[in-house]
Design a protein around this ligand. Structure first.
Ligand SMILES: [Fe+2]
Length: 348
């Protein structure tokens, strides 16, 4: 590896002449822009404990009425990326959102895509383009780019969910904006996860002749995902990874263009090594407790805790219970990286 010239080695007058007409020399920055072998990463492996977040989120419910917040959210900010930058990883924004009985987070749409992963509470719902999606614990709800969505709460007690958005990407492309709309009208029909896409491998016949929908399924009920992981485990070999992707049932591809979603089951006492990947990721505990070791840093997680995983990190995940399975929800930016042509997996 040859040593490249530095900025300081250049005459001051020459540097000023470049600056004056908006130019810069590449060679002093070349090694940091395109380092050898592995990217430079500011993202830190970070654990956000739900037991720490919850009391502060409930306090936000007392301090700030929904009208003053629109979305009552505490953002999960990666300290390596700057707490002011609203980034859990370079591509993923995370927030923990609270809605109280009778409150409405008003109808709007925006260029970033979002998802909700329900943490606790009953009676919450999201209406997307008129489709009313019940929000039960562990459900994944999509609110893709450009679709109208409103949140409400018809039950009792607080409802909390994890928001994940591709906001860091869209914001840095200078393409992030939102539009407010009139209150949502729901179509008074069960959502598509209960009717049209109730079973894998089946869809309404008329869809065969129609253009494939971009977002035909907006809700992935946890009870269905959990059952599918259990069924997968009964047919799998002892070392097979129990890992299911949430996909678009029309195309079999990832359900959103930038962020990807999957659910992982760990057998009692199991420890697995995930392939090292170019994607950044977020892990969220659904059930059980365990340990995630990211490069050399071990983080102990419990239900509803959330962990940021940098790009290119080694990742091992362990179920701390020898009696019960553990379940994790995973968000990553692999769909974006695949589209951009630089997604990679490496042998551990
Ligand atoms: Fe939104």
């Amino acid at each position: 590896m040859s040593q490249l010239g530095t900025l300081e080695e250049l005459p001051v007058e020459y540097r000023q002449a470049l600056t004056d007409i908006n130019l810069g020399p590449l060679w002093p920055s070349l090694r940091s822009l395109v380092p050898f072998n592995k990217p430079e990463r500011q993202t830190q492996p970070t654990l956000w404990r739900y037991q720490d977040i919850r009391p502060l989120l409930l306090q936000a419910g007392e301090l700030t009425p929904i009208e003053k917040a629109e979305r009552r959210v505490l953002m999960l900010c990666n300290p390596g990326l700057g707490l002011e930058n609203a980034m859990a990883t370079p591509s993923i924004y995370l927030g923990m959102q609270l809605i109280l009985p009778g409150e409405v987070a008003p109808n709007h749409r925006h260029s970033p895509s979002a998802i909700r992963f329900v943490v606790e509470g009953e009676g919450g719902f999201t209406t997307v383009e008129g489709e009313k999606l019940p929000m039960e614990r562990g459900d994944l709800i999509l609110t893709p780019s450009g679709l109208w969505h409103e949140h409400g709460h018809g039950g009792s007690g607080p409802v909390v969910w994890l928001d994940a958005l591709d906001l860091p990407v869209v914001y840095r492309m200078e393409a992030s904006y939102s539009i407010e709309g009139p209150p949502a009208k729901d179509n008074n029909a069960p959502d598509a996860s209960q009717t049209m896409y109730r079973r894998a491998g089946l869809m309404p016949y008329r869809m065969l002749g129609e253009a494939r929908g971009k977002y035909p399924l907006l809700r992935y009920p946890w009870q269905e995902v959990r059952q599918s992981l259990n069924d997968l485990s009964s047919g799998a070999g002892p070392g097979d990874m129990l890992h299911l992707a949430y996909v678009n049932p029309h195309t079999g591809e990832e359900s959103l263009p930038i962020m990807g979603f999957s659910a992982l089951m760990l057998r009692p006492g199991e420890e697995i090594s995930m392939p090292r990947r170019s994607a950044s990721a977020v892990l969220h505990g659904i059930e059980g407790r365990g340990q995630a070791t990211i490069d050399d840093e071990a983080l102990n997680w419990e239900e509803h805790d959330t962990i940021a995983v940098p790009t290119h990190a080694k990742l091992r995940i362990r179920n701390a219970s020898s009696k019960s399975p553990a379940f994790l929800f995973i968000v990553d930016d692999a769909p974006m990286q695949r589209k951009l042509g630089y997604y990679e997996e490496f042998a551990n």
